[in-house]
Design a protein around this ligand. Structure first.
Ligand SMILES: [Zn+2]
Length: 133
């Protein structure tokens, strides 16, 4: 069973402009951790993004869900799903959950230097990639 972490945010006030579905996906691999695959997805429609992947199809998007991390341990796979307009705080929050799980699956504590290094690496790489979108 996939383990899901969610972030909730107050809904925005006022009428929301409707955009066409748009998502960007980037895969990160961690060779030292069984070549674990981390899919980072920026989307403007989380429910639609979740329906796209067999591993996330069963996850119900609730109205307050803003960003989430889905771990699929049997496949050495983690999804981080973020809205396009999220702030760095949310990127770091979900990166934490992803690294917590990846390191935890290898009996490594997130609280030491290995965890701190990987957190820094992941947040920097997601930010660098996002700046090109
Ligand atoms: Zn969380």
């Amino acid at each position: 069973m996939a383990k899901v972490y969610k972030v909730s945010k107050e809904p925005k006030i006022g009428k929301q402009k409707q955009y066409k579905f748009a998502q960007r996906v980037k895969a990160f691999h961690f060779p030292v951790f069984s070549n674990w695959k981390l899919l980072v997805i920026f989307t403007n429609n989380m429910a639609k993004t979740l329906r796209k992947y067999p591993q996330t199809r069963c996850i119900e998007k609730e109205s307050g869900d803003y960003a989430l991390t889905v771990n699929v341990p049997k496949e050495d796979l983690t999804f981080v799903v973020l809205p396009h307009d999220c702030c760095l705080r949310t990127v770091a929050h979900e990166a934490f959950h992803a690294m917590e799980h990846i390191l935890g699956a290898h009996d490594i504590s997130l609280s030491g230097e290995i965890g701190a290094y990987h957190m820094g690496y992941l947040v920097r790489e997601i930010s660098k990639w996002r700046s090109t979108l």
